[in-house]
Design a protein around this ligand. Structure first.
Ligand SMILES: [Cu+2]
Length: 128
């Protein structure tokens, strides 16, 4: 029993750490999508993005990642040269929104969720 309660305490601490790490990663973790986003990407419901095709206008783009699912999802934006843009977005709970700002040049990017087992979460982002 002692080891079991220790495990759950540790898990709670890890979860709290993950949450605080997430909210400190961006400027904030708003509950709603800001009005000035250039791209909104939806996670779920289920292990998929809301669409497999997204488009955005080149430049400095604010991206909102909205969780419509009960489990955590992340969003990595990968350029054509396979480099991942800095600023992994992470939404841990249903209704959570994470926002990041990216410098996008014209071309094709891939959107990925990096949560283990979420390999099916793949989409294409076309920037013009
Ligand atoms: Cu996911």
């Amino acid at each position: 029993m002692i080891s079991r309660s220790l495990v759950s305490t540790t898990l709670a601490a890890v979860a709290a750490l993950a949450l605080s790490a997430c909210s400190s990663g961006g400027a904030s973790t708003p509950a709603t999508v800001p009005a000035d986003v250039g791209l909104e990407v939806d996670a779920g419901p289920g292990i998929k993005f809301g669409s497999t095709e997204y488009t955005a206008t080149a430049g400095t783009v604010k991206v909102a990642y909205v969780n419509h699912d009960a489990q955590p999802h992340s969003l990595a934006i990968v350029a054509a040269d396979k480099t991942t843009l800095p600023g992994l977005l992470r939404v841990n709970a249903n209704g959570q929104v994470d926002v990041g700002t990216y410098n996008l040049v014209p071309g094709t990017y891939r959107l990925l969720c990096l949560i283990p087992g979420h390999d099916n979460m793949r989409a294409t982002l076309t920037v013009k």
